[in-house]
Design a protein around this ligand. Structure first.
Ligand SMILES: Cc1ncc(COP(=O)(O)O)c(C=O)c1O
Length: 485
């Protein structure tokens, strides 16, 4: 590719494990972090928080940091590895760009692919989820516009989808071809039917409307659809049953399966949740997820500047993903050549991926996930008890969270703030995003970093839980809020 003096990255990535030799590090490996833990028998989860505070760069002395979900926070080891690469680059830039960078990018790519259990040539590294969403939405619009049995290609997303995704969809296919599933209109169902899968119900209703409208307009109801699902929604911290929805979308009920493409926005997937993309993310009967994009800097805790993109089908890689959002030397070449190099920039984050994966694999990814989930449940209970309205003190059915906890993600949840902070108009919830901002600023002034969300007129705090968080931090949040009450 271009004038690089290294071999073909597509070949590096697709070689079998037997044939492949990882490139040696061009400097000494100074990562000698050891991770071992002790079981806290009282709480049942592995409480290594004190020790883990050593693993992150966060300023624990001055901040209660309960917002990992926003932009992540880097592990010391992955940040350190990125810094080593930056220093190495500046000692002899051509040696780095011409000879070392691409083989090491290919290595990071192989490690990422194995981490998500994906097929050999399905996964590449990208700068972030935004880049991946642009690749898929842009490519989809380009491939199918004017090519679709009298009907424009549609992008179907949710009122809970990430804000910039909605804008991006409108930019690529036009407002009239974006359908937003109004899932938050279904949230009230959890009150009477706590087990209701509102995503499925909302999805079924909207898809039926789309297909019926299509039939009435005489284009057989078979418009091409790109359905965008979230692994975890951003503002509401809900987990979508993405495999189930993808199966439904591709089933006969809503048209021909090859009329629907499924993209999963996995900004909050890697590490915090098990991402298994063997078999296209399905439980064994075919590819249901066509594209999955994820961030390295969030729960995996790499420095910012690296994400991943998975696409199960060669045909889609050669069409929808044919032109990357930022084209460079590799644009006429294979998938990896097109995506791994997008011009001269800082690639150090991508070169730290293997170090972050090593860290979590040594610590135990499954064990880490189990720990986050238990700790989040404990934190929700703590806050729920601290903020439960006095009139409901004895009520065991009181729910502290926006959704029943099984529908929230295992590492973030929305916890309802006390009644005294909620604005009402008659019986209606009437808080605003300005109220949310004021409260968030109040907490920030007390050095508690946590977002306040306003959902349908009610105020919630979105708590995050990573290995470094401790229950006493949620207690600090509970007290600060009670003080303002
Ligand atoms: C659900 C979701 N999608 C997409 C993004 C965009 O991620 P990035 O800004 O890293 O590209 C975010 C960021 O928080 C997110 O939460």
């Amino acid at each position: 590719m271009g004038s690089f003096h290294s071999e073909d990255v597509d070949e590096f990535v697709t070689l079998s494990d037997d044939e492949y030799r990882p490139p040696p590090l061009p400097f000494e490996d100074d990562d000698n972090t050891t991770v071992d833990g002790t079981i806290d028998t009282d709480s049942g989860y592995v409480d290594e928080s004190v020790r883990n505070n050593d693993a992150f760069l966060l300023d624990f002395d001055n901040w209660t940091f309960l917002n990992h979900g926003a932009f992540g926070a880097s592990l010391k080891v992955s940040y350190g590895r990125a810094q080593r690469w930056r220093r190495y680059l500046e000692r002899q830039p051509l040696r780095y760009f011409d000879r070392d960078l691409l083989p090491h990018m290919a290595y990071g790519c192989r490690r990422m692919r194995d981490f998500v259990n994906a097929g050999r040539d399905t996964t590449t590294l990208i700068p972030n989820v935004t880049y991946g969403l642009n690749a898929v939405l842009g490519g989809y619009a380009r491939e199918y516009q004017g090519n679709c049995n009298n009907s424009a290609p549609k992008i179907v997303l949710w009122d809970t989808s990430y804000g910039s995704l909605k804008k991006m969809a409108r930019m690529y296919v036009g407002q009239e071809n974006v359908v937003e599933i109004p899932v938050s209109n279904y949230f009230h169902m959890w009150k009477d039917e706590p087990a209701a899968d509102v995503f499925e119900l909302a999805f079924r209703d909207t898809m039926t409307e789309i297909r019926t409208a299509g039939k009435q307009q005489q284009h057989d109801g078979d418009a091409k659809i790109l359905l965008v699902l979230d692994h975890t929604t951003s503002n509401t911290a809900l987990n979508m049953p993405f495999q189930l929805l993808a199966h439904l979308a591709k089933g006969d009920e809503y048209g021909e399966s090859d009329n629907t493409l499924v993209l999963v926005d996995g900004a909050h997937g890697l590490l915090a949740q098990r991402v298994d993309l063997s078999n296209g993310g399905s439980d064994g009967d075919g590819d249901v997820v066509d594209f999955y994009v994820g961030n390295g800097h969030k729960w995996l805790s790499c420095p910012r500047g690296v994400g991943m993109m998975y696409c199960s089908s060669q045909q889609l890689r050669d069409t929808v993903l044919r032109r990357p959002p930022c084209a460079s030397h590799g644009v006429d070449l294979g998938y990896q050549n097109r995506y791994l190099w997008d011009g001269c920039r800082d690639y150090a984050a991508a070169l730290s991926v293997a170090t972050a994966i090593d860290f979590w694999e040594r610590r135990g990814s499954e064990r880490t996930r189990a720990e986050l989930k238990t700790k989040l449940e404990d934190a929700v209970e703590l806050l729920g008890d601290a903020w439960r309205p006095p009139s409901l003190l004895q009520n065991i059915d009181y729910r502290a969270t926006l959704a029943p906890l099984q529908f929230h993600s295992p590492m973030m949840a929305l916890v309802r703030l006390p009644d005294k902070l909620q604005r009402r108009q008659g019986k209606e919830a009437a808080s605003t995003s300005t109220d949310a901002k004021r409260l968030q600023d109040y907490l920030y002034d007390r050095r508690i970093e946590v977002p306040i969300k306003c959902v349908r007129g009610e105020l919630f705090v979105r708590i995050s839980c990573h290995v470094y968080n401790q229950l006493k931090e949620y207690r600090r949040l509970a007290d600060a809020v009670n003080e303002i009450c």
